[in-house]
Design a protein around this ligand. Structure first.
Ligand code: NDP
Length: 449
């Protein structure tokens, strides 16, 4: 529990209102814990009920998504959009399509998104959406029918100045295209209502690469400023082989690292010579296949069933880029025993609280998701700017802005931690820096009676 009576009261309220929602409760607990010194120093927060308000979504929309499969059978999924906080801009956050999606997962992601979006220094509020629909194994036509039905309801609640969804797990260029087409059909308007769009219809160059690239820019700055070091010559392990993982691999390699392991939800591959990213891209992006296939194409590589074993592969830098809670305490201890010096979270909340504590007490540099993976949403905000201007920047222009944003986020998080007596603790620093701006805006905007 917390030392502050105010924080205990707020957390007890969240538990009572959201019973059994373990991911959401975990995310709220972590943020409140970081805010202890901020709450102590600023009585206005309690006087104005800022924390009670920030833990309650402004609006939650849960809806039926009926669609017809290739056999002509009606299927029903559940759709979600949680519009969490609009204090500093329109709601912004991805759409996750995965069987594990439920209210707790979407609320945890939406809550985290508030602080992440604030950290980017761009004017975007926090939201998240998704469905328990699984695009895996579905035909393109089935995915299209699902996306159209999903957007038929969602279109009533979003807009370029209201709420701008994007991709996430299971929602890539194909799904965004189908959803955008349906929005346009229903509303008869061509606006930047979704980001992650294709380049032919308003997408931004470098958006595809942004989260993975941004993660590496952040980790590089952290290594430089906190250890006078860099990716150069480092062995790197990356979980996942989706959008974030692939482009984290590309940038880590460009910066001089050697990526020796990657995974998917079935198992992981190890290639001591350095993973051949072209082969991974072919298997995962083009063929939508399994990572196991890699060993049939690259000699000397190994495949192992199961996801958690990847953290027993010796490395200097670990970049979890698959999903939440993929590194538990045992995995963290295995990484530490093998001499890991830095962990950068590409996925959202991939480390359990026990794993984070283990990294921090072992002196491992730890870059939390909220700060380290903010490059995706930052570039989405740059896509919104380009759409509003009806203009496109070059790849180099967007990439340079992304790099500047990530370096800035590192320093803001580092300085906020130092200001509140938690030097080097980037978890606390990111939460505090993200929170302060949103809280200021909420205070300025008052409460409606
Ligand atoms: P993708 O769907 O492109 O890739 C996800 C990868 O993680 C796949 O390799 C997938 O394996 C694996 N995976 C999914 N679920 C599990 C699971 N339960 N256990 C183990 N592995 C799993 O998603 P993204 O790369 O876009 O997203 C990855 C993470 O990064 C998520 O946490 C997301 O919220 C976060 N993120 C993404 C951003 C973006 O811009 N895309 C921005 C910020 C954060 P398989 O192929 O078998 O499904």
């Amino acid at each position: 529990m917390f030392k502050s009576e105010y924080l205990n009261r707020v957390y007890a309220g969240v538990e009572a209102r959201n019973p059994g929602e373990k991911e959401f409760l975990q995310a709220v607990y972590e943020v409140l814990e970081s805010l202890e010194p901020v709450v102590e120093a600023n009585p206005r927060l309690e006087q104005n009920g800022i924390l009670e308000r920030i833990v309650e979504p402004e609006r939650q929309i849960f809806f039926r998504v009926p669609w017809v499969d290739d056999a002509g059978k009606v299927q029903v999924n559940r759709g979600f959009r949680v519009q969490f906080n609009s204090a500093i801009g329109p709601y912004k956050g991805g759409i996750r399509l995965h069987p594990s999606v439920n209210a707790s997962v979407i609320k945890f992601l939406g809550f985290e998104q508030i602080f992440k979006n604030s950290l980017t220094s761009l004017p975007i509020g926090g939201g998240k959406g998704g469905s328990d629909f699984d695009p895996k194994g579905k035909s393109d036509m089935e995915v299209m029918r699902f996306c159209q039905s999903f957007m038929t309801e969602l279109s009533k609640h979003i807009g370029a100045d209201t709420d701008v969804p994007a991709g996430d797990i299971g929602t890539g260029a194909r799904e965004i295209g189908f959803m955008y087409g349906q929005y346009k059909r229903l509303r008869n308007e061509f606006t930047g209502v979704l980001t992650g769009k294709g380049l032919t219809y308003g997408g931004s160059l470098a958006r595809t690469e942004a989260t993975g690239f941004g993660l590496c820019y952040f980790v590089e700055e952290m290594l430089k400023c906190m250890k006078n070091d860099s990716f150069k010559g480092k062995t790197v392990v990356i979980s996942g082989s989706g959008n974030v993982a692939i482009y984290a691999n590309q940038k880590a390699t460009e910066l001089g690292g050697k990526v020796v392991a990657m995974s998917d939800s079935n198992g992981y591959i190890v290639d001591k010579n350095g993973i051949n990213l072209d082969v991974v891209k072919q298997i995962k992006e083009v063929e939508r296949g399994r990572i196991k296939e890699y060993v049939n194409r690259v000699s000397g590589a190994e495949y192992h069933d199961g996801c958690s074993g990847i953290w027993t592969v010796k490395c200097d830098v670990a970049l979890p880029c698959a999903t939440q809670n993929e590194i538990n305490e045992d995995s963290a201890k295995a990484l530490i025993a093998n001499g890991v010096m830095a962990v950068g979270e590409g996925a959202n909340m991939p480390s359990t609280p026990e794993a984070v504590a283990a990294f921090q007490s072992a002196g491992v540099l730890f870059a939390p998701a909220k700060a380290a993976n903010a490059g995706g949403v930052a570039t989405s905000a740059l896509e919104m700017s380009q759409n509003s201007m009806r203009y496109s920047w070059t790849f180099e222009e967007v990439d340079a802005k992304l790099k500047g944003i990530m370096i800035n986020i590192f320093h803001n998080a580092y300085n906020a931690a130092e200001k509140y007596g938690k030097k080097g603790n980037l978890v606390a620093g990111a939460n505090i820096a993200g929170f302060e701006k949103v809280a200021e805006a909420m205070l300025a905007q008052g409460v409606a009676y």
